[in-house]
Every structure is written in structure tokens, then in C-alpha cells.
Ligand binder design. Structure first.
Ligand SMILES: Nc1ncnc2c1ncn2[C@@H]1O[C@H](COP(=O)(O)OP(=O)(O)O)[C@@H](O)[C@H]1O
Ligand SMILES: [Mg+2]
Length: 237
């Protein structure tokens, strides 16, 4: 089982979008079962993927080890969602789960629970926007992770909302490549109206616009993460 924590200390950079669509992409390529946990008290993921449902159990129950918190996501076979809890969670460890992948959506607020998650996750995946705030935010995030003892080699950055036509995006991408070296994933999530509208329909990009660039981009991310898995296993042996 692999646990991917999606985090950035900046809001609005694509954390929730990446959590939902990466988890769906993993499940759709048969890499499941996949658990998607909403660990942000703002509960955006829950509002999008569990709208109309009244879950009895939440992320707080899941963290406490109560079975049965995860609910099936409509239209996404192999994907279950642990619905959010409207207050910050005190996380000291994650519960064991019978799944292949866990994708954790987090808030922008760094606290002890996030430090614990960052230390225990197999990967901390940090979406960022290719502007100058994104650049300085990436440095700050690496510093925070260093200070908290999270293994930096497990941190990966993903440029989101990329527009090749914008000089600032091309420039910041080049700077990030130089500064983050192997920690920056070698592909991007392009800016896409389809990605922005999918939450309004309560859907992932694969249910909303399966032939869009957003669907192709998140499928590529899932492929890259799955592709990295056997190589890592061999290296561990
Ligand atoms: N690649 C993208 N293209 C266009 N809009 C996007 C993209 N990624 C995210 N968005 C939109 O940007 C806003 C913030 O994204 P979100 O995933 O909620 O960020 P966060 O969870 O980091 O706060 C949302 O309205 C979302 O639909
Ligand atoms: Mg969010």
C-alpha cells in the first residue's frame, strides 16, 4: 500500500483537484482499491464527491480506527472516499487499510497532524502554480519539511494550471526545474476549463470530460506513480 499526501501551504493551488483526479485515475487504471481521504476541515472534496449523501462516519472516525468510514464514489469503481470532518484532526498515526493506494487531501495549514502525515507518507505531492509566489512557496515548503524531519527525497512538486502561452509560466517552470532538480515532476497539469467546471457537477474529470487535456494529464500522473512503484520495490529488495 502506498500513501500519497497532497499538500502545499498555499491555498487554491490545485490540492483538492489533484487529490480527486489522481485517486480516480489510479482506480480507473486498475491500480485499486483506492481510498481518498478528505483531511481538510473545509471539506471541499466531500462537497464535490459525496454531495447529497449524509455520511455517518467521517475522517475523525477513520483516524480513530473505526471501520466503515469510506463510502463508494458514484461513477468511479474502485474508489472510496473518507468524508471530511469540519474541525482540525489530531493525527498521530494513520489506520491500517486494505487498499493499494491512499490519497490524502490536506488543508494549507501546517500543524502537528500534517507533520505526522508528511513523515509517514510514501510521497508528499505538492501542487503549485507557476508564478513567483509558487516559486517562493516551494522553497518555504521544503524548509518546513526539512525542519519537521520529513524525508525530502519523498517530496515531489507538480506544476498545475500551466499555460505554455504565458511567458511567466515558462520562466517560472525553468527556474523550478533548476531549483528543485529531480523533485519537480517532468510533466505538468495544464490550465483547463474542464477541470475547473467538473467539481460543479460533482464529478471527477474522467466522468465529466474523459477526452479533455485534464483527463490526459491526471492519467499521466497516475501512470508515472504506478511506473515508479516496481522500480522502487526492486531497489528496496
Ligand atoms: N488545472 C486546472 N485548470 C483550471 N482550473 C483549475 C485547475 N486546477 C484547479 N483548478 C481550479 O482552481 C481552484 C482551486 O483549486 P483547488 O484544487 O480547490 O485548490 P486547493 O485545494 O489547493 O485550495 C478550483 O476552482 C479548481 O477548480
Ligand atoms: Mg483544497
Amino acid at each position: 500500500m502506498k500513501t500519497i499526501l497532497i499538500h502545499n501551504q498555499k491555498g487554491g493551488v490545485g490540492k483538492t483537484t489533484t487529490a480527486a483526479n489522481l485517486a480516480a485515475a489510479l482506480a480507473r487504471r486498475g491500480a485499486g482499491p483506492v481510498i481518498l481521504a478528505d483531511l481538510d476541515p473545509q471539506m471541499h472534496l466531500t462537497a464535490v464527491l459525496a454531495s447529497g449523501q449524509a455520511p455517518r462516519l467521517t475522517a475523525a472516525d477513520w483516524i480513530a480506527g473505526h471501520p466503515g468510514a469510506a463510502i463508494a464514489v458514484a461513477g468511479e469503481p474502485g474508489l472510496t472516499l473518507v468524508p471530511g470532518f469540519p474541525r482540525p484532526l489530531a493525527i498521530t498515526a494513520l489506520p491500517p487499510d486494505a487498499c493499494n493506494w491512499r490519497v490524502l487531501d490536506s488543508s494549507a495549514h501546517w500543524d502537528d497532524s500534517l507533520a505526522c502525515l508528511a513523515r509517514s507518507a510514501d510521497m508528499v505531492l505538492c501542487p503549485l502554480e507557476p508564478d513567483f509566489l509558487g516559486l517562493s512557496g516551494a522553497n518555504r515548503l521544503l524548509q518546513t519539511l526539512q525542519q519537521q524531519g520529513a524525508a525530502e527525497d519523498r517530496v515531489r512538486f507538480l506544476i498545475c494550471r500551466y499555460d505554455q502561452r504565458l511567458a511567466i509560466h515558462r520562466e517560472v517552470r525553468a527556474r523550478l526545474e533548476a531549483r528543485l532538480a529531480g523533485r519537480l515532476l517532468p510533466f505538468v497539469i495544464h490550465a483547463s476549463v474542464r477541470l475547473a467546471e467538473a467539481p460543479g457537477f460533482g464529478r471527477t474529470i474522467f466522468a465529466h470530460a474523459p477526452r479533455s487535456s485534464g483527463a490526459a494529464d491526471y492519467a499521466r500522473l497516475a501512470e508515472a506513480l504506478c511506473g515508479a512503484e516496481p522500480r522502487k520495490r526492486r531497489a528496496e529488495r
